[in-house]
Design a protein around this ligand. Structure first.
Ligand SMILES: Nc1nc2c(ncn2[C@@H]2O[C@H](COP(=O)(O)OP(=O)(O)OP(=O)(O)O)[C@@H](O)[C@H]2O)c(=O)[nH]1
Ligand SMILES: [Mg+2]
Ligand SMILES: [Zn+2]
Length: 299
């Protein structure tokens, strides 16, 4: 039988077989020998050991179309990065780090700003515009009030998507909006430190059907634990600008080839910044990350 690993906890893999349910499986022998560890998202072949208890063995792993390191998951098509418009305040430096990390792994990102109901000043729209101008698809939603959910569904249909974002931004809440039968555990925000409480502790792939499809294609969404920092990625400072796609059309106006767009004179990117064509928020994060890469100790 063929299925998909939706969760892995303490040596057990939970394999979803369409039309038959979820089997609790172990992965025996062969994988240890080949040094392949099954990942959430893997399409696998299982041998059923006990049909009533739904227990089985994983006997084979199909080739992966993609493999992410963080979160550790196979075969995702895209990432839905979620940040709250407020509570907790968005950390755009962290967002940029995440976008860079995903671009390195060739995974397209959709950026979703949640908690639209807390947005009295139109900040969500402002954030959305900044990232749209960089070429990203963006959404503003409220998971609590189920606003904007249709747009999310459209982007998920027929695909496997990982959600990502800090703790407390509403990742699990948003997943709960997608289908009435899903109830992921959600947690409150600490009043004092304005941070989430890491309610989700394991990555879990959730099969969703959108009612109107004929059941031939299942969509999956991966709920993941929130992260609060992302370390340095494996890139050289000279490469950083290539992860800021909105710089590209202005780089030809830089006087120097290989301009870092930091302190060089006659820089096309800084000119565009002054003219308001490039977001200051993005540029400032670029400078911070550049500095960090420059000072990184080399081993
Ligand atoms: N006001 C408001 N609160 C929301 C919204 N969405 C989620 N919340 C609240 O935010 C808190 C955190 O939501 P979760 O869904 O647990 O957040 P999470 O991103 O899954 O957090 P972790 O699992 O810890 O990574 C809960 O108290 C939710 O009720 C929203 O659209 N508006
Ligand atoms: Mg959660
Ligand atoms: Zn420049």
């Amino acid at each position: 039988m063929k299925g998909k690993i939706i969760k892995g906890i303490a040596g057990f893999y939970y394999v979803h077989v369409r039309g038959a349910g979820v089997y609790e499986c172990k992965a025996k022998g062969i994988f240890r020998k080949d040094n392949v560890k099954p990942l959430v998202g893997d399409n696998v072949v299982i041998e059923v050991l006990d049909e009533t208890l739904q227990k089985g063995n994983i006997t084979g792993i199909m080739d992966r179309s993609s493999q992410l390191i963080r979160p550790a998951v196979a075969n995702v098509d895209q990432a839905l990065v979620i940040f709250a418009i407020a509570s907790p305040q968005p950390n755009f430096n962290l967002l940029d780090r995440f976008l860079i990390m995903m671009q390195q792994q060739n995974i397209p990102c959709i950026i979703c700003f949640n908690k639209l109901d807390l947005d009295g000043e139109g900040l969500g729209e402002q954030f959305r515009r900044i990232y749209e101008a960089c070429g990203y698809q963006t959404l503003t939603v409220s998971a609590d009030r189920c606003i904007g959910i249709e747009g999310v569904k459209q982007m998920l249909a027929g695909r496997t998507t990982t959600v990502a974002g800090p703790s407390g931004v509403g990742k699990s809440s948003l997943i709960n909006c997608l289908q009435s039968s899903i109830t992921m555990e959600t947690g409150s925000i600490s009043r004092k430190i304005e941070r989430g409480k890491h309610t989700t502790r394991h990555s879990e792939l959730i099969p969703i059907s959108f009612g109107d499809d004929d059941g031939t294609e299942t969509s999956y969404i991966l709920d993941t634990p929130g992260f609060s920092s992302l370390g340095l990625f494996d890139i050289e400072k000279e490469e950083l600008a290539s992860f800021y796609p909105e710089f590209e059309s202005y780089e030809k106006y830089c006087r120097f080839g290989g301009c870092a767009h930091i302190s060089e004179p006659d820089c096309g990117v800084k000119q565009a910044l002054e003219e308001g064509k490039i977001s200051r928020l993005r540029y400032e994060n670029y400078c911070l990350l550049y500095e960090e890469l420059k000072n990184r100790r080399k081993y």
